[in-house]
Design a protein around this ligand. Structure first.
Ligand code: NAD
Length: 366
């Protein structure tokens, strides 16, 4: 009997095309006895709105809550631009993040040697780059109350957002980041603005406290603005960076662009460990959207989606060897010169979604 369950939500646009390539890899690894995944799939985003009048149905939410990991494609598209706000495709993502309690967003920035010339930075600065940004996802200034615009009279208004963090929120994200650092380069930077923000002072105090439990990890504090600068000056100095919701939003996009195309970027969102089983709720998804401009053409890059699945193998199931193999297969096809349209290069072969997926699967089989 299958012991590990995956719930697949391909979504809209290219979501379905790139998810199909992941399904082929799951089918292969199950047949080889390397995994024992049971899979089920549902609707999220515009397709769910068309079917049920909601961005995600209660039935599919229940399945997502029960699964060991959710693998998510992408949602949205012009067809649903005018649906009611609370039913728009992106509402599915927000609901999943909220109900699954996904407070830790993992955004790796890996520069494959074969693509080092596609970066905006010089090859020597990015070749071999492997950074993991751990962003707090459910707190901070995006959610803090009060959050409003008030009328001051005399034509003046005041816009208010509130940055607030409680000890437990900082403690749990710091522990996720330190645990991850232990499995990687054992180096962690914590980025905040403690020089000007009280929430930053508390952030630093709590992270330093957690650091005492991780003697094997080298801990470094960095101001968030300096972190942004260092990411483009000398990105290879970083291993894991932990930061809050706002700074993480910005720093992870900076780090992502060091590596080239949106079609290459995976992500994970993790919740708290279950007190009984120790398993975390988790969702894995490419950073990009549903790319309506190329949907249906069979030319989307499936690498971000497949790399997101590799993250699921690593972080939800501890299948480090298989995750390494999948990531190695991606690096392998790129080294062989295969490129999807978004990363096309002169003198390299441009292939479609299915051909790229098939080449990665062939490398896995080899
Ligand atoms: P997008 O990421 O869908 O596309 C931006 C550009 O990158 C497009 O030119 C697209 O063709 C290209 N691109 C993206 N992924 C690619 C891939 N795998 N292969 C090749 N090219 C790729 O962002 P957008 O155009 O701003 O948004 C389109 C829709 O997606 C909107 O409805 C938006 O709300 C939604 N969206 C969803 C998510 C999500 O589901 N997580 C994230 C971002 C945007």
């Amino acid at each position: 009997m299958a012991t590990n369950s995956l719930f697949l939500l391909p979504g809209d646009g290219i979501g379905t095309e790139i998810m199909a390539e992941v399904v082929k890899i799951i089918d292969w690894s199950n047949a080889e006895g390397l995994t024992d995944f049971s899979t089920d799939s549902g609707l999220a985003g515009g397709c769910a709105y068309d079917a049920h009048g909601e961005a995600i149905s209660e039935d599919d939410m229940a399945k997502a809550l029960k699964a060991d990991a959710v693998i998510f494609g992408a949602v949205g598209g012009p067809k649903w631009d005018n649906v009611p706000y609370d039913k728009r495709p992106e509402a599915a993502l927000l609901r999943l993040r909220k109900d699954l309690g996904l407070f830790a967003n993992l955004r790796p920035a890996i520069c494959y040697p074969a693509l080092a010339d596609a970066s905006a930075l010089k090859r020597e600065l990015v070749e071999g780059l492997d950074i993991l940004i751990v962003r707090e996802l459910t707190g901070g200034v995006y959610f803090g109350e009060p959050k409003e615009i008030i009328d001051l009279g005399d034509g003046q208004k005041r816009g208010i957002d509130t940055q607030l963090y409680d000890t437990y929120e900082i403690d749990r994200i710091a522990r996720v980041a330190f645990d991850l650092a232990l499995t990687r380069g054992k180096k962690l930077h914590s980025a905040d603005k403690k020089n000007v923000m009280k929430s930053g002072v508390l952030w630093d105090e709590v992270v330093r406290g957690v650091a005492k439990d991780y003697a094997d990890v080298s801990f470094n504090h960095i101001l968030a603005d300096n972190c942004a600068m260092q990411l483009v000056r000398n990105p290879k100095q970083f291993d894991v960076i932990v930061t809050d919701n706002l700074f993480g939003d910005i720093l992870s996009d900076v780090a992502a662009m060091l590596t080239g195309s949106l079609g290459m970027l995976p992500s994970a969102a993790l919740g708290a460990p279950d007190p009984v089983t120790g398993k975390r709720k988790a969702m894995y998804e490419p950073v990009h959207g549903s790319a309506p401009d190329i949907a249906g053409q069979g030319i989307a890059n499936p690498i971000a989606m497949i790399a997101s699945y590799a993250m699921a193998l690593r972080y939800s199931f501890g299948m480090t060897e298989l995750a390494d193999r999948v990531e190695g297969a991606i690096a392998g096809v790129l080294a062989d010169g295969l490129r999807s349209a978004d990363i096309a290069q002169e003198n390299r072969k441009t292939v479609g979604t299915q051909e790229m997926g098939a080449a990665i699967l062939a490398k896995l089989k080899a």
